[in-house]
Each structure stands twice: as C-alpha cells, then as structure tokens.
Design a protein around this ligand. Sequence first.
Ligand code: AMP
Ligand code: GLY
Length: 423
Amino acid sequence: MKILVVGGGGREHTLVWKIVQSPLVEKVYCAPGNPGIAELAECVHIPADDIDALLDFALAEEIDLTVVGPEVPLTLGIVDRFQEAGLDIFGPSQAAARIEGSKSFSKDLMAKYGIPTADYRTFSDRDEAVAYIREQGAPIVVKANGLAAGKGVVVAMTEEQAVAAVDDIMVDTIFGDAGSSVVIEEFMAGEEASFFAFTDGKNILPLASSQDHKPAFDNDKGPNTGGMGAYSPAPVVTEALADEIVKTIVRPTIDGMAQEGCPYVGILYVGLMIADGKARVVEFNARFGDPEAQPLLVRMKSDVVPVLQACARGDLSGAELEWHDKAAVCVVMASGGYPAAYEKGFEILGLDDAGEMEDVVVFHAGTSFESGKVVNTGGRVLGVTGLGATVTAAIDRAYQAVAKISWDGAHFRTDIGKKALNR
Ligand code: AMP
Ligand code: GLY
C-alpha cells in the first residue's frame, strides 16, 4: 500500500513511525512532514490545509490510504473531497468534524443525547453573556465557539475575569470569527484524562488510557499549552471507568452523530474531567491527541494500518487492538517562552545520542533543517518518549533521554507522569 499522512507535528511523526512498521505498507509520504519524519518517509512540500494540492498529489501518486493528523484540514472538508474523488481517507467528514470545530454543536449534541458534560449556554450577544455570568457567579468557563488553536478557553476564577474574556472574544475579536459567539459553561473540578476510540461510524474500538499535561509548568501551573507531555496507561481511568466511558459517552455520541445524519468516522478524542469515579466530557476532538498519540502508538502492539483502513472503508467489526505491557511516557521539549513568543533557529544538540538509547523514541514536532543542522522552529519542538516496565521506569527512561538533548532556551516540565505515581 501507499499511504499519505497529512500534517507535520509530533503526532504525525508518531503516526508515520507506526505506519512504516506495517508489512502491508510499501511507501509512506507525509505532507508537509518535518526532519524527523524525513528519516522514515518521503516528505512532500504541501501545507496540511492545501486540500486541492493534496488531492492532486494523492490522485497522481495513486495513494491507497490518506491519514489526516490535524483538525484544520478536517474542518475544511478534506475527507469529503477525497471521498468524492474515490479515495480512501481516515478521518471524519466536514459535517462530523463540527464535533471539534463548533463548541455549540458538540454541546447541543451532548444535551440532546444525554451525554454527561458541564451545563452551558451559548450567546451571540455580549450583554446577555455578561448578564448570565453575573447570575451564575465564578468560577465559570468562557469559550470561543469556533476553532482557536486550543487557546479559546478561559477558566475564570472571578466574574471580572470572565467578563474580560467575553470582551476579548466578542468585542476585541482576538480569535476573529471563532469568537462571534461564546459558550459559557459550568466549572468542573476533578482530574483530566484523554480517551480515544476508533470508529467506522457504527463500531467502536477503544484505545488504551492516557493523560495529557496541558499547563506549561510543573504542578499544572502557568498558561495552557497544546500539551507538555503525556503517558499511557493512566491509572485514573480504571477498567471499570473505561467501560463506563464507552457506555455513557462514546456509544451515545457515535449513535447520536449517525442519528443527526453525520456519522462520525475516524478517531474520536474525548477530553474528560473525572471526579468521584465519574467522567464528564470537557470537549471532543476529531483527531488523535498530540502528545497523547506518542505514548499510545508506541505502546500499540497491533498493526495500526488495517484498523485505519477498516475505519475508512466502514467495516471495523471484529477488529481488536493489542498493547505492550510496558508503560510509555512522552516529555515535550519546547522553545523557551512557549506558549508565548519564543526565539527560533537554535541548533538542537544530542538528537543522535538520545535516539540511539534503548526504549527511547525521539519524535520531532517544531523542527526544521537549516544549513544541514536541525533547529527549533515551533513552540513544541520534540516529544521524547521512553518505555519501561512501570510508569516510574518509563519516566526515568524519558528523562535520561531528555538530559542528552539541548538547545538555547529549551524548556520542559519535570513532572510528566507523576500523577500516575500518586495513585
Ligand atoms: P478545551 O479547549 O475545551 O479542552 O479547554 C481547555 C482546557 O480548559 C481543558 O483542558 C480544561 O483544563 C479547561 N476546561 C475547559 N472546560 C472546563 C470546564 N467546564 N471546567 C473546568 N475546566 C475546563
Ligand atoms: N493534547 C491536546 C490536544 O491534542 O488537543
């Protein structure tokens, strides 16, 4: 088979790393890819959101399966376009990707199908939003309705912060059209976890448990990021809770999407808040998590390619996934200053030393080649992933590898995986 992976971050490096191990695959392309991906696949200089160019490429190269990493091409309708051209593609249609692209769509879906989540209201009028905040009090959560690159959410501890967030989003329109309406929702206390399931629109195949670390600094301090590290398995999601999540969240979501006339195909990402042994939905995403994909795919024993193809072709029935017993921990190394402004172009040292270690895989995210050197060009630069017999051993392995890598300003959390040890 010839496979095209769309995207160029850590998640896509991990997908390519896993896909090239499949005996079914003879050639893998990645658009646009990154220097880490270039060691495994042929990188093609097409941006992930240039759907016309991607489609032309896939038709010309007779690609057998396209796998979409990021949300933007999904919300632009890449899956619909490829399917109209008769090509197999893994991911949800444009209508189904609204589950991530429109917060009000996903909240309305959850309300209609009785899926546990925070109470909410949607407002397109600033004064009505403010009046609602005054009535509800703080803490309270304000979200831009559309896609805002993971930055459109403010967990406000005071009414003033919440009102300021509404003004930023609706009056100063800092997220553009994504903020023409806001969702205001109840604050949920608890511990977050991520839950993923493959689906063909009817059948559900859950993955192992995982947990992300969104705040920039140790002990969950500082601003939210795309994710500073992740590990699997995550003991906060017990086997009994995983069954409950499938029954009360994933199953009614997949059935509800079919009922609404937009069956959901691909991988469903459920962001969860867990309190008192019960899980509620924080958000849905229409794709793999980044960095959750790193520990999950490193732990996956089964060939992922038949699963991706079965989803794309609408027949996942009978599919199963096997997992390695080992735990995996991914530590994200970021540019100094991320998630705010950061300097780029510093040479990254120690990549080969770290990459040669046993039970270590160094996934690239925001890296580029400049004059034969690998330099940092993005906020999240590397996902240094270690395997071990226990989460503790995997943490040690990952941080031993991190210690070998350096560039000016490199920054990472030192407590990835610690929450698992507290249990
Ligand atoms: P989202 O983009 O919806 O995942 O929100 C980003 C982050 O904001 C989440 O990972 C949570 O940490 C936090 N968050 C979002 N909604 C809520 C909520 N209703 N209660 C508490 N925290 C929330
Ligand atoms: N890890 C957070 C995300 O992928 O959205």
